[in-house]
Design a protein around this ligand. Structure first.
Ligand code: XMP
Length: 326
């Protein structure tokens, strides 16, 4: 019968058989899938695995630290962190179109990840070792959607590091490919991963980059991070995390409105709360959050976040509105 413990045993044995004495690389995103996949492989082959975390500077408050500190403490995994915030901000300067933002963030992400990967391959090669595997947190629904079949990842290297061949070829390790999301969470719990990672609600890959309407700047990211942290803190304190699917907080970077805060008139930005309930994100309804929770979030954000002087609530279902604003 199915238990999280039996899945762990089974996968650990399969991963050992697959990787043997070679080395593997795994990209961490801060999400549950990559974290659980990495933890399984780490349990199976320990130091033969190196994880890579690209910090694009678009994460929410505390999320990078969760990966760097809590995840590493819980697993003992070898981690290479690449601080690429400056590079992403530079690439995003002046860009307001949502799809353009996604393209740029995706492109920069691949560049930075491949550079880190090539460095790891070169280091291992110098030590006479062979990096042959790439770990991915592919779930069962992804497998079905893409028509099955396991494979190799042919990753083009944009940078020539130490005379490596232009194309690095890896065999994929996908220990979650038979599992659904709730099973992945159970396995993560079994492996002792931090609750914040195991129970994390969906969060888009481009991060806060698509939650600022208008140009993404460091100042706007800082404002949004503070407002978002307050909303999440209050929703958690009210025990609503399991009830809502996710609650994007969106900064309207191109809009200003007049307010009175402290000793005078302000001309700040609004944030929008977008709490939704959903089964699969294909359709969604706006969550009927208790007024007192909404009031606390609004009061705290406008008191604590300088330059945000208005909090609006999005009461649109999907369709017609998407969950994210971009
Ligand atoms: P929408 O806004 O399309 O979102 O209703 C549906 C779900 O997908 C997430 N989302 C993304 N996830 N990259 C991602 O990894 C993206 O570019 C992206 N855009 C939306 C969104 O958070 C919601 O869960």
């Amino acid at each position: 019968s199915w238990t999280a413990a039996s899945i762990v045993d089974e996968q650990v044995a399969a991963i050992r058989a697959q990787i043997g004495s070679k080395r593997a690389i795994c990209g961490l995103s801060g999400g549950v899938d990559s974290a659980v996949a990495a933890a399984l492989v780490n349990k199976a082959v320990g130091d033969q695995l190196t994880c890579v975390y690209v910090d694009h500077g678009l994460m929410r408050k505390g999320e990078t630290e969760q990966v760097e500190k809590d995840f590493v403490a819980a697993t003992g995994v070898q981690l290479k962190v690449v601080d690429a915030a400056e590079q992403f901000l530079t690439a995003l300067a002046g860009v307001t179109d949502p799809e353009q933002k996604r393209k740029i963030i995706g492109r920069e992400f691949i560049r930075v990840f491949e550079q880190a990967q090539a460095e790891l391959v070169a280091e291992a090669g110098a030590a006479g070792e062979d990096v042959a595997f790439l770990v991915q947190g592919t779930l069962y629904p992804d497998v079905v959607e893409s028509g099955g079949g396991t494979g190799t990842a042919n990753i083009k290297s944009h940078h020539n590091v130490g005379g490596l061949p232009d194309d690095l070829e890896f065999e994929l390790v996908e220990p979650l490919r038979m599992l659904f999301k709730d099973e992945v969470r159970m396995v993560g719990q079994e492996l002792g991963l931090p609750e914040e990672i195991v129970q994390r609600q969906p969060f888009p890959g481009p991060g806060l980059g698509i939650r600022i309407v208008g140009e993404v700047t460091r100042e706007r990211l800082d404002l949004l991070r503070e407002a978002d942290a307050i909303a999440r803190e209050e929703l958690t304190a009210a025990g609503l995390d399991r009830e809502i699917w996710q609650c994007p907080v969106v900064l309207l970077g191109e809009v200003r409105s007049v307010g009175v805060q402290g000793d005078g008139r302000t001309y700040g930005h609004p944030v929008v709360l977008r709490p939704v309930s959903s089964e699969d994100a294909m359709t969604a309804d706006w969550s009927r959050l208790p007024y007192d929770v909404l009031a606390r979030i609004s009061t705290r954000i406008t008191n604590e976040v300088r330059d945000v002087n208005r909090v609006a609530l999005d009461i649109t279902s999907k369709p017609p509105g998407t969950i994210e604003w971009e």
